[in-house]
Structure formats: C-alpha cells, structure tokens
Design a protein around this ligand. Structure first.
Ligand SMILES: [Zn+2]
Length: 149
C-alpha cells in the first residue's frame, strides 16, 4: 500500500490539507470529550456514520495530529474499529497503527510548522518503507512542540 500516494491524492481531491476540513468533507464528525489521559482519541462508527472522538484536554496541535491519525484509519482501514479504536500515548507496533501514523505524517507535512526537526522528516520521506518508530517519534515531537498548523 502506497500510503504517501493515498494521502497526497486525498489532499489533491479535497483541495485542502487541513485535517478538520478533510473530516468535514468526508462527512465525519469530530467530538471533543473528556477522556482518560492515556487516550488521545478514537474512531467510532455509529449506523454508518463515522465519528472521531478527541480528548479535549490535548493541546490544539496534539488534537490535529490525532485527527490526522484517525483519518488514516478511516481511509486505510475500512471496516476496522467498528466499535471503537483507541489511540493511546504509547508506541504500538501493529500494522494498522504504523500505517495510520504514516498517513498522519504525510497529511501533516503539507501544513506549515515552526521549529520542525526537518532532518528527521527528510529521512522519512526519502525512505520507501519508513521506520515506524521514527514516524512515531516525529509525531510525538510535534505534539509536544505545539507549533502552528
Ligand atoms: Zn490508531
């Protein structure tokens, strides 16, 4: 699966890389709720309607990163997480998590960020099969950085 292509095609099709606008265009609601600290967000499907639930105590940047991750599941894993999918704060090495993180990173790379670790991003983007731990590290750094998106 070419995740980079999937992400860039979606951006081209919808003419936006803003994760909130993408969710809106895809008919996905975003709910901001009080959740346990260990859960950043998850995806629910209720009667064919998709809802991304986000921990409202996250910073704005962390919320955006989490929305991008959940959008990855929406686009890459149809039928998966019918009831719920939780994205915790720890590194999870499953294939779906790796793919959702990669998708998120490509979406986020289309936005403008301050003080990025450009070197790391470049390393990811030149690799055919990016190191999932590196992708996870970049996303975590982004969330802690709380830059502008
Ligand atoms: Zn996930």
């Amino acid at each position: 699966m070419n995740i980079k292509l999937r992400a860039t095609n979606l951006i081209k099709k919808l003419k936006t890389s803003n994760p909130r606008d993408i969710a809106d265009d895809l008919g996905i609601d975003i709910l901001y709720l009080d959740l346990p600290k260990s859960i950043r967000g998850f995806l629910v499907r209720v009667l064919k309607r998709k809802i991304i639930v986000i921990n409202k105590s996250l910073t704005r940047t962390a919320q955006l990163v989490t929305i991008c991750h959940e959008l990855g599941h929406v686009r890459l894993h149809p039928g998966y997480g019918y009831y719920y999918h939780a994205t915790g704060t720890r590194y999870v090495s499953s294939r779906r998590e790796r793919e959702a993180n990669e998708f998120a990173l490509y979406l986020l790379s289309e936005s403008h960020w301050d003080g990025l670790n450009i070197k790391l991003w470049k390393r990811v983007f030149t690799e055919k099969q990016p190191d999932p731990k590196l992708v996870h590290r970049i996303l975590t750094e982004l969330m802690e950085h709380d830059g502008v998106c």
